[in-house]
Design a protein around this ligand. Sequence first.
Ligand SMILES: [Fe+2]
Ligand SMILES: [Fe+2]
Length: 354
Amino acid sequence: MAIAGFGKSQLRYDMFDITRSADEARRLTKCERIYHRSQEMAWDGKAILAMLIEKHGGIHISDEKKEALKSVFAIILWGELAAWKISAQLADELIPLEAKMAATSQSFDEARHFYVMHDYLTELGYEPQRLDRAPQALLDLVLDTPNLAYKLLGMQLMIETIALTVFQTVRESNVEPVLCELMKYFERDEARHVGLGMQYLPSLIAQMSKREVTQMITFQVRVMIWALWENKILEKDFAVLGIDPRKILDRGRKKQLAALHEAFNALGIDWQKDRNYAVATLNSAIEFIFPTDETKGRPFKQFDAAWKAFFHRDPIHSMDEFNVHVSHEIVTARGVVDAEPPEPAEPRPKLVSV
Ligand SMILES: [Fe+2]
Ligand SMILES: [Fe+2]
C-alpha cells in the first residue's frame, strides 16, 4: 500500500526493465500494432447500425426466427460486456507497454460491440435478462480468475474464437440482412483480439512450470465443458436459423486449435504431445451430444466415432482460419477499409513436449 508517496506504488516503474528475447520483442511489436490498427479501424456504431437499417429497409424476419436470434445474441450481448470487463482487467494488470496498449484498444472495441448489440437487440424487441446457467458459468469462470494467463486463454483464444465462429456462421446463413452485414464489422475487431492472446500468452506460458501448464489446460477443459453445454442449450435456436450446431462446434474447434498452436508453437511447445485425457474425453463426448447426420440414431456408429475421437490427434490448422474475418470491406470513421494483407509466415522453433 502506498502512503504519502512511500511504499509500493501501482505505477510499475519497472515496466521498461523487462529483458526480451528477439521473438518476444517481435510478438510485443505486434501487440503494439493491434492498438494502432484498432484506432485506424474504429467504426461509428450508431452511424453504421442506422446506415444498415436504412439500406435494408428495416429489420424483417419471422417471429420464430426473431426469438431464435434473441436467444443466441442475448448470450453475445452479455459476452460483449464480459469481454469489455476482461479486457479492462488485462489493460490494468498486464505490465509490458505494448500488451497493455492492445488490451486497452480491445476494451474500446468491446464497449462499441456492447452498445451496438444492445441497440440491435432493442430493435428486435429484446429486454435484458439474466443468462442461462451455462453461458453465465462460462463467462464467470474467465471474469473471476485472477490468473492473467487463464484470462487470455479463456477470453482471447477460447471465447473470442467461439464468437467469431457464431458471427461467421450467422452471416453466411443470410438470416437477417442488417445483422449479417453488422457481423462483418464485429469479425474484423474480434480477429484482432484473438491476436492479443496469440502474441502475449506465450510470454506468460514461458514463466510456467510443466505442472502449471497442465493446470492451465484443466482450466481450458472447464471452459470447453461450459461452452459445449451452451451450444446444447442453443441447439434448437440454431436449428430454427438453419444452422447445424455441429458445424459451429467443428468450425470453432479449428479456429481454437489454430490459435492455440500459434501461441504454444511460439515457444516451441508441442502441446498435443502430452495429450490431456480430459480433452480427449470431451472430444469423445461431442460424438454423443452432437451426433452427425451419419451417426444420428445409430448407437454403434456413434460409439465408433467417439472411440476414434478419443485417440484422434488434430492436424495443425493454419492461421488461414482467420483470413475470412479480416477480408471484409467495412466503413470506418476514417472511410472505407479494404481487406487486411495476410500475415507473413514466421519461422518456428523445433517442437518439444510440454
Ligand atoms: Fe466483441
Ligand atoms: Fe472481442
